[in-house]
Design a protein around this ligand. Structure first.
Ligand SMILES: Nc1nc2c(c(=O)[nH]1)N[C@@H](CN(C=O)c1ccc(C(=O)N[C@@H](CCC(=O)O)C(=O)O)cc1)CN2
Length: 294
């Protein structure tokens, strides 16, 4: 079997069109477009690219974009002051602080300071808790993107066996919660999991989010399984720098039913889900019912 390739760019573009229509509808009803504030501290080149893309994508669907670029030596107090200003600013519906922050800053305290109603990254403990409790909130972007791709590929996920490899707060834990809410039977695997190969081989859905290049071997994949690869790892191959995921794509794509590529899989969905969450936050903040776009 040769797997079908799940095209994250095409899915993100489709979602973007539906978001743009809802932004126009909201601006027509409420007068003001949704506003997204993105905060970057320091000069990490990859983070700077992501922040630029987020601003460009927000503007592309008709949202207002506010970009705050702070020097690498920004103090915790200065960052907290900016967050307080953004919380109070009515033109701002969504706030995102690009991670990772420089080491001297306390990321958890910063995330905790964001108004949960504007936490479009879905990382505030209140939103994480709402997800775990099955209550509506804002869901973090990469996990939401994974779920959208899975629903588009497999339809109803009820009763499927899923394994999530990696237990980070940003991806692994929320993906596991989302799949549980879809009535999957979920295994959350991590660095101490015994006999990972056997557990992966039993799964209909594999979500790999370990941050280790090609750690999930292609030979482990069950024939016909759906593989969602969250990893983005830069490695040297034949003297060239290339991006690879957390799954051994070449081998896995001969067995899986469907698989996301790296690049072009989950990554583009992460940014569009941020824009989706900003739309959701804007509708909720205006007391309007949120359109279902996926
Ligand atoms: N506050 C947050 N910080 C970070 C998040 C996040 O969701 N919230 N996620 C990542 C970075 N990230 C968005 O911020 C992100 C990473 C990768 C992509 C993407 O589209 N990748 C491309 C490949 C890019 C390349 O060529 O290097 C792809 O997979 O096709 C989008 C967003 C950490 N920080």
């Amino acid at each position: 079997m040769t797997a079908s390739i799940i095209d994250g760019k095409a899915h993100a573009a489709g979602l973007g069109e539906r978001i743009a229509a809802s932004v126009a509808a909201l601006a027509g009803t409420a007068g003001t477009p949704p506003g997204l504030a993105v905060v970057l501290v320091g000069e990490d080149p990859a983070s700077a690219v992501y922040v630029r893309n987020k601003g460009r994508t927000a503007r592309g669907v008709g949202m207002a974009s506010f970009e705050h670029v702070l020097p690498a030596d920004t103090t915790q107090d200065a960052l907290m002051k900016l967050i307080a200003e953004l919380n109070a600013d009515d033109a701002v519906d969504g706030i995102l602080v690009q991670l990772p922050l420089p080491a001297h800053l306390d990321s958890l305290a910063v995330i905790d300071a964001i108004d949960p109603a504007k936490d479009v990254d879905g990382l505030h403990p209140l939103n994480a808790g709402r997800l775990a409790s099955g209550l509506p909130g804002l869901v973090s972007c990469t996990p939401l993107g994974c779920l959208m791709l899975l629903r588009a590929t497999r339809g109803d996920l009820s009763g499927l066996d899923a394994i999530v490899v990696g237990r980070s707060i940003l991806v692994g834990k929320p993906v596991a919660q989302l799949l549980l809410a879809e009535n999957c039977t979920v295994t959350l695997a991590h660095s101490r999991t015994r006999d990972l190969a056997r557990k992966v081989a039993a799964a209909d859905i594999v979500v790999a989010a370990v941050g280790q290049p090609e750690m999930v071997k292609g030979a482990w994949i069950k024939p016909g399984a759906t593989v969602i690869d969250v990893g983005i790892n830069r490695v040297e191959r034949d003297g060239e720098s290339v991006l690879v995921g957390d799954v051994e794509f070449g081998v896995a794509s001969r067995t899986a039913g469907a698989i996301t590529p790296v690049p072009g899989g989950v990554g583009p969905m992460t940014i569009m889900c941020l824009i989706h969450n900003t739309l959701v936050a804007a509708y909720r903040r205006r007391g309007l019912s949120v359109p279902r776009l996926w």
